[in-house]
Design a protein around this ligand. Structure first.
Ligand code: SF4
Length: 209
């Protein structure tokens, strides 16, 4: 344990192709931050922290793999802030919909982040409705498949339980370990599930639709 204060910053470098109903970050598909601006922010935070004796670090948000130059973004965060991305959280939707998915996965492996972490809110249209994107469930499954195609990469997931998907629970618990390659003993029930359940009951603000 160190007494050094740490400044932890998330940098909104790219929006999300999904607009999840429960999102605390109000995800939506805003424009990509240019690489030169990202580099400037990272250098300035590092300069400030070094001048004041703080540790520093953070994460590019929200769907980093949706950024057109995702590989370069990952390298910038690693080189300037020495970040690691383990596990790398994603819906999988950007990976499933871009042709350079293999390059992104190989970059993550090279940066010592061999685990992708997905989130499921049920199956098929129940999941799609939760993230407000038609076809998102199957896009996420495709991204899981891509992950398994790249040697050394692994995937895991959170499964969020709601009134809508509880009837699919048995099936998902059977399917997801096989899908993600996780050993069956790695399952556990999230303690923040109630928060997510509560958030899902709130109507999405109109401007997010
Ligand atoms: S993927 Fe994450 S950040 Fe993006 S909208 Fe969904 S919950 Fe929000």
């Amino acid at each position: 344990m160190t007494d050094t204060l740490k400044l932890h910053m998330t940098v909104e470098i790219m929006g999300c192709p999904t607009v999840c109903q429960h999102c605390w970050a109000m995800g939506r598909s805003y424009q990509a931050m240019p690489l030169k601006d990202i580099s400037w922010v990272l250098h300035e935070v590092r300069r400030f922290c070094e001048a004041h004796g703080f540790d520093y670090g953070g994460f590019p948000m929200h769907e980093v793999d949706a950024h057109p130059q995702a590989v370069q973004v990952l390298h910038l965060f690693t080189e300037i802030w020495h970040d690691d991305f383990q596990p790398f959280t994603t819906t999988g939707v950007p990976l499933a919909t871009r042709p350079d998915w293999r390059e992104i996965l190989e970059t993550l492996r090279e940066l010592n982040a061999p685990t992708l972490w997905f989130a499921f809110h049920g199956t098929d249209e129940i999941h799609d409705r939760a993230v407000m994107r038609q076809g998102a469930y199957h896009e996420s499954l495709r991204a899981v498949e891509f992950t398994r195609e790249v040697e050394g990469m692994k995937s895991g997931c959170n499964l969020f339980l709601t009134k809508e998907n509880i009837h699919q629970f048995d099936q998902l618990v059977l399917d997801l370990p096989g899908l993600t390659g996780l050993p069956p003993k790695s399952r556990c029930v999230s303690r923040f599930c109630r928060t997510v359940y509560y958030a899902l009951r709130q109507p999405a603000p109109r401007w997010r639709r």
